[in-house]
Design a protein around this ligand. Structure first.
Ligand code: T46
Length: 134
């Protein structure tokens, strides 16, 4: 199965501009408990961690950036550059974000409240966890 799962979001663009509407558990497969956004990255890469139990949808609402997703067996890259498209990230996946454009605003919807204990920030630890779950 592909690591890259893109969701086309309900879009209601007309001559007045764009409008995307996201309904929890309808247009996306989880209930949203939290959202955050990343901007002014000054071209610095971010991420470099996995989550134990979290579903997220990442939407580049302005500009573009590149995600690297890695499940310990394979790695895939995906460029996000469409405010009408979301990248679903779930399961045990190491993620990195690179190549942020100057104007990039990355919105992320998350299925759980923030919990630092849910993060695996060490790649060797990530690989051990992948092997344990196999
Ligand atoms: C992810 C990728 C795509 C909070 O206090 N609450 C929050 O909800 C978040 C997301 C972060 N923080 C704090 C924790 C750190 O002290 O903000 C600081 C920066 O977080 P972090 O270094 O984890 O940010 P990124 O951009 O590397 O990763 C973020 C998310 O944390 C992560 O879940 O999947 O974006």
């Amino acid at each position: 199965m592909s690591l890259v799962h893109l969701i086309d979001l309900p879009s209601f663009a007309d001559e007045r501009g764009g409008l995307v509407a996201i309904e929890s558990e309808q247009s996306i497969p989880f209930a949203v408990k939290r959202l955050y956004y990343i901007f002014n990255t000054n071209h610095q890469a971010r991420g470099f961690h996995a989550h134990l139990n979290l579903q997220q949808l990442a939407i580049c609402i302005k500009g573009h950036c590149r995600f690297v997703l890695d499940n310990g067996i394979e790695k895939q890259d995906v460029v996000l550059n469409e405010p009408t498209q979301g990248l679903l990230i779930e399961g045990l996946v190491w993620r990195e974000m690179h190549d942020f454009s100057e104007d990039c605003v990355l919105l992320v919807l998350a299925s759980e409240h923030y919990d630092e204990a849910d993060y695996i920030r060490d790649y060797a630890q990530f690989m051990l966890t992948v092997q344990k779950r196999e």
